[in-house]
Design a protein around this ligand. Structure first.
Ligand code: MG
Length: 370
């Protein structure tokens, strides 16, 4: 998509989370995020969010490196009309820029992101991510609150020692009409007999998990292939898949039954569409992943979750799941479903007052004069 740009504005913004979120790798209490605004020569602005976290514990990129690579390498190339692919890696920073440019282009042509990507649904089911709790009882209490509000799919963060027992407790409390995904964020080792035993129990039919996500380290495709042969529960990969090449390797090895698709992790919307297509060709399910995004990233995730073949529960909750005050007008859930934005582009934009209050750093880069 060709959009002539006048400026790119970067903001680093901090938004407190509604409640702390604990996974196998970290506990988050705020969203520390780079927000991108591209100003077109002629036409509406476009917005993007860099989904990286403040620490490199999920993925090598983190907020401060994203800011740095955007300022020094990516934005200058974008403003100079050079391809971002000249820069190796830095998928999340590239994706933030790409989304903002595509948003500007789609707004100019009055096309929604969902329509652009090929979304086939106007609504998607929610999937509530539940972090590691202090006890199974506390986890069940949280799950029941969301269940009572109409939500029927949950992603449980697991780690060695916090896996079978909490999953069993949630399944027992909520019964068989909820979908459960267990996400380990690579916290098990494929060469550890105890870990192996725990994963086999987690994959046991009695728990009825829709998928086990990223049990092993991101580069352990061989371990994932062995597990996928051993258990019936689909093995879903997240951190292992940063590109189409990674996906092809995982498919060739039989290491993947489902893909957790995140636009940031794969470097943008164009690459995400390629991976989605490959999953459809290979007949594997897709799960629209999330990263504690503000409403800007949530709009992207909603469009992805509405693609055909996204049959596993997404990481998708209303704004109130994440923030007391979201950057954008809040996204609501009604009886466990959320509407996919159908307005042009992302279909949402930051509320100026919230963005201003949350901003801790700001930089405007200008296109070189012709
Ligand atoms: Mg995951």
């Amino acid at each position: 998509m060709q959009v002539a740009l006048r400026t790119v504005e970067l903001r680093r913004a901090r938004l407190p989370l509604a409640q702390p979120f604990r996974s196998a790798h970290a506990t988050r209490t705020e969203r520390d995020v780079v927000v991108v605004r591209v100003e077109a020569e002629d036409g509406p602005d476009g917005w993007g969010e860099c989904v990286a976290e403040p620490e490199p514990t999920y993925w090598p990129e983190y907020t401060a490196t994203c800011w740095d690579v955007l300022v020094r390498h990516l934005v200058p190339r974008l403003l100079d009309g050079r391809p971002l692919s000249e820069v190796k890696g830095h998928a999340m920073s590239k994706a933030a820029l790409e989304v903002a440019v595509i948003d500007a282009g789609l707004r100019a042509s009055a096309t929604s992101l969902g329509a652009f990507l090929g979304a086939t649904r106007a609504q998607v089911p929610t999937g509530i991510a539940l972090g590691i709790a202090d006890s199974p009882d506390q986890l069940v209490e949280q799950a029941e609150r969301w269940y009572d509000d109409g939500h029927r799919a949950f992603k449980l963060k697991v780690a060695p020692g916090w896996d079978v027992e909490p999953a069993r407790a949630v399944r027992k409390a909520l019964g068989d009409d909820v979908a459960l995904v267990a996400d380990a964020n690579g916290s098990y080792r494929s060469d550890d007999a105890d870990d192996d035993a725990r994963l086999r129990l987690l994959a046991h039919a009695e728990l009825g998990l829709a998928a086990i996500e990223q049990p092993y380290a991101s580069d352990d495709l061989v371990g994932h292939a062995r597990l996928a042969r051993m258990v019936e529960t689909p093995v879903c990969l997240d951190e292992s898949i940063g590109s189409l090449g990674d996906l092809d390797a995982a498919l060739a090895l039989g290491a993947i039954d489902a893909l957790c698709l995140k636009v940031g992790r794969v470097g943008g919307l164009v690459e995400a569409v390629r991976l989605h297509r490959r999953c459809r060709e290979a007949g594997i399910a897709v799960r629209a992943g999330g990263m504690l995004e503000t409403g800007l990233g949530r709009a992207v995730n909603l469009a992805v979750a509405a693609l055909p073949g996204c049959t596993l529960p997404p990481d998708m909750g209303p704004s109130s799941r994440y923030f007391a005050e979201d950057l954008t007008p809040p996204f609501e859930a009604v009886r466990g479903t959320m509407a996919v934005p159908d307005a042009p582009g992302l279909g949402t934009a930051p509320r100026p007052d919230v963005l201003e209050r949350a901003t801790v750093d700001r930089l405007v880069l200008r296109a070189p004069s012709p």
